[in-house]
Write a protein that binds this ligand. Structure first.
Ligand code: HXC
Ligand code: NAP
Length: 290
């Protein structure tokens, strides 16, 4: 099936060292696997070293290349700086940073403690900014070019109830992406973002649609194309955006959601629930002959 096929030509990421936060699981892992297939070397980082080590081993067995697992809580600047130092001394120049790590949960906002709200803000907005600043300062000091790719969501611009800290933080990440795209372009640093719609992962699904909720609120039903995303589809887009083929793409956020957020936004989009017979009746009532 074409949805599961790699899109870029062989060797498209050859010679690139790519750092992926949250690279041991879910979408981070899937994007990383495809980058490896295209010739990149990886640093994967998150809090759980044992998960990262197991993922790195499997990835190298399946795809070849080099995958360096490094533990780092993106909320802690000391850990971020140490991780960047270790990554650079092990692999040399890091060319791409994929800010993918996130934390999220579903809750009425008034039920959240201050600490709960801050936890999500800290992982998503503060974590992304700390990794970005650490990498960006180093690239600028060493006169190296670089590429940032930040994973946001479509509710970064619409907002969304029940995930308010995540929406606020992702909106901040999107603003940072667009701001730095302009400010740091003079240093040869590009910044782009991807806003995925629903892509099944253990991490997101178990937290956002726990238990029976996944059956009650089947995410595919909200998507005009009638399905959720395939990980390879996202990996194809990400690989393009971190490759040199996208050198003129800067400050962009690419939505990959099958039309989901626009469906929710358009005033009359829910009229697709009206059956053809009813449209026929409405036409007849204004005098149109069948
Ligand atoms: C309300 C909660 C909560 C929940 C934790 N808290 N879970 N509050 N509802 N479900 C509160 C705790 O009580 C505590 O507050 C505070 O949050 C911190 O909790 P900890 O467990 O100490 O935090 P920590 O160990 O740092 O874990 C972070 C986490 C966790 C965000 C809570 O879920 C996590 O590790 N997530 C990482 C992976 C993840 O979330 N992936 C999904 C990304 S999906 P108090 O006041 O009690 O101290 C995504 C997709 C969106 O973003 C789009 C989909 C279409
Ligand atoms: P996931 O597997 O839970 O990924 C989240 C990753 O972030 C985990 O690997 C986790 O690893 C890491 N992480 C969490 N807190 C961290 C911290 N403090 N420091 C460092 N790493 C941390 O979920 P996913 O679905 O693949 O999500 C990946 C990205 O896609 C996220 O940015 C998410 O917002 C975005 N997204 C997903 C969907 C979807 O439908 N799946 C839709 C829109 C956007 P540790 O637990 O080891 O730290």
């Amino acid at each position: 099936m074409i949805l599961k096929e790699g899109m870029l030509k062989e060797g498209a990421l050859k010679g690139k060292n790519i750092l992926i936060t949250g690279g041991g699981t879910g979408l981070g892992r899937s994007m990383g696997e495809y980058f490896l297939e295209l010739g990149a070397n990886l640093v994967i980082t998150s809090r759980k070293l044992e998960v990262l080590e197991a993922t790195a081993k499997e990835m190298m067995e399946q795809k070849g290349g080099k995958v360096l697992p490094l533990a780092c809580d993106v909320r802690e600047i000391d850990q971020v700086e140490k991780m960047w130092e270790d990554a650079s001394s092990e692999l040399g120049e890091i060319h791409v940073v994929l800010n993918n790590a996130a934390g999220n949960f579903i809750s009425p906002t008034e039920r959240l403690s201050t600490n709960a709200f801050n936890t999500v803000l800290d992982i998503v907005l503060k974590g992304t900014s700390q990794v970005t600043l650490t990498a960006g300062k180093d690239w600028i000091a060493k006169k190296q070019s670089g590429t940032f790719l930040n994973i946001v969501t479509t509710y970064a611009w619409t907002g969304s109830g029940y995930v308010v800290p995540s929406a606020a933080a992702k909106a901040g990440v999107l603003a940072m992406t667009r701001s730095l795209a302009v400010e740091w372009a003079k240093y040869g640093i590009r910044s782009n973002a991807i806003a995925p719609g629903p892509f099944p992962t253990e991490g997101a699904w178990s937290r956002l649609l726990p238990g029976d909720l996944v059956k009650k609120f089947d995410p595919a039903k909200k998507v005009p194309v009638g399905r959720v995303g395939e990980h390879q589809e996202l990996a194809n887009l990400a690989a393009y955006l971190v490759s040199d083929f996208s050198s003129f793409v800067n400050g962009e956020v690419m939505t990959i959601d099958g039309g989901e957020w626009l469906k929710g936004a358009g005033e009359f989009n829910n009229l697709d629930q009206i059956p053809q017979e009813m449209w026929d009746m409405m036409e007849a009532s204004r005098g149109k002959k069948p």
